[in-house]
Design a protein around this ligand. Structure first.
Ligand code: SAM
Ligand code: SF4
Length: 342
């Protein structure tokens, strides 16, 4: 590749990655059963985690040279990253070749957001997703192994008050634990004015406890909701969905929309526009990749932006066509969700 060749993150199946998901930390203050074991995980040593400067440099290479248009900050729990507001402010100074600011989004469990939402928006954050699986304090304790529902609800209120709209809420349903709450969560979301999206549970937990036969499927979720609401598929959403993973439904004649993300039973890999960077600087082309490309090593060895960009291009070229969860040969990735960045 010559220095002047413009680079794009195109894979060998014709998809172009424009959305960068960055895990800011593998640590978390909850222990959701579908994500982490009760005792937590052996966290990454500090010196292996990218510094703010390294992270902004890599994101800058993506935005300025590789066609990245949106950046989502996640984890682990991204609010645990010290100085997050300053990092967001630095990322907000990046510009695409046509002079646009990349869209900046955050996925968080909401703990601590009540005091930080306004500062994050002031720093340049454009979108907020908060995870909430239940409205019952006891079920919250069972699911996350922590008694923090009130903090999460306060975080959601602050997200709504911050003016970023729509605030999206991610919910994972677990059979026999919170699946009966699906209609109640939709009613709550309607009252709050947030967009609820149910995500099928994926095999990404560190304990390898996921069973295809036990997961609550998108069709089941749809059936549970249809018992109480008139769900109307929106033809406009279908056309404009693009790479968005959620199938969106209008709730009756209200302005409310509810999403169902059928990550396992109706994979959307064919439209995937994502690439992921772990907090220790490993590039992953899919949540389910079993291979990673090291960007931290070259970065710390002092190679040029162009060389890092070229490594990135080569990594994305090898992206597999799909995650293959339903394939009998499927193997769960070694890194759990919390260390990849959901
Ligand atoms: N800690 C933050 C949070 O919970 O929002 C950000 C990281 S978390 C890994 C990102 C999203 O992944 C959350 O909405 C969470 O519910 C979801 N998630 C975690 N493990 C999952 C699994 N096994 N299947 C489906 N979604 C999962
Ligand atoms: Fe933490 Fe998010 Fe995993 Fe729950 S889903 S344990 S909040 S990283």
């Amino acid at each position: 590749m010559s220095e002047s060749t413009p680079l794009r993150l195109t894979d060998s199946h014709g998809r172009v990655a424009t959305d960068l998901r960055i895990s800011l930390t593998d640590r978390c203050n909850l222990r959701c059963t579908y994500c982490m074991p009760a005792e937590g995980l052996p966290w990454l040593p500090k010196d292996e985690v990218l510094t703010d400067g390294e992270l902004v440099r890599l994101a800058g290479i993506g935005v300025e040279h590789l066609g990245i248009r949106t950046i989502r900050l996640t984890g682990g729990e991204p609010l645990l990253r010290a100085g997050l507001e300053a990092l967001v402010a630095e990322l907000a100074t990046l510009r695409t070749p046509s002079g646009d600011k990349p869209g900046l989004a955050l996925t968080t469990n909401g703990i601590g957001l009540a005091d930080r939402a306004d500062a994050l928006v002031a720093a340049g954050l454009d979108r907020l997703n908060v995870s909430l699986d239940t409205l019952d304090p006891e079920t919250f304790k069972t699911l996350t192994r922590r008694d923090r529902l009130a903090d999460v609800l306060a975080g959601i209120d602050a997200a709504v008050a911050s003016g970023l709209a729509p605030v999206k809420i991610n919910a994972v349903l677990m059979r026999g634990i919170n699946d009966h709450e699906a209609p109640g969560l939709v009613a709550w979301a309607g009252e709050k004015g947030v967009q609820l999206r149910f995500i099928e549970q994926m095999p990404l937990d560190a304990q390898h406890g996921w069973r295809r036969s036990e997961m609550v499927t998108a069709d089941e979720i749809h059936a549970k909701l249809s018992g109480r609401f008139d769900l109307v598929e929106d033809p406009v959403d279908r056309v404009t969905r693009g790479a968005a993973p959620a199938e969106l439904f209008r709730v009756g004649s209200t302005p409310q929309r509810v999403g169902i993300i059928a990550a396992v039973t109706r994979p959307f890999c064919g439209a995937c526009d994502r690439v992921r960077l772990t907090s220790d600087g490993q590039l992953r082309t899919c949540l389910f990749s079993r291979e990673e490309s090291d960007l931290r090593g070259p970065l710390r060895a002092g190679v040029s932006d162009r060389e890092i960009a070229e490594r990135w291009v080569i990594a994305v070229r090898g992206k597999l066509p799909g995650h293959g969860i339903d394939d009998p040969t499927f193997l769960q990735p070694d890194r759990p969700m919390s260390a990849i960045g959901g």
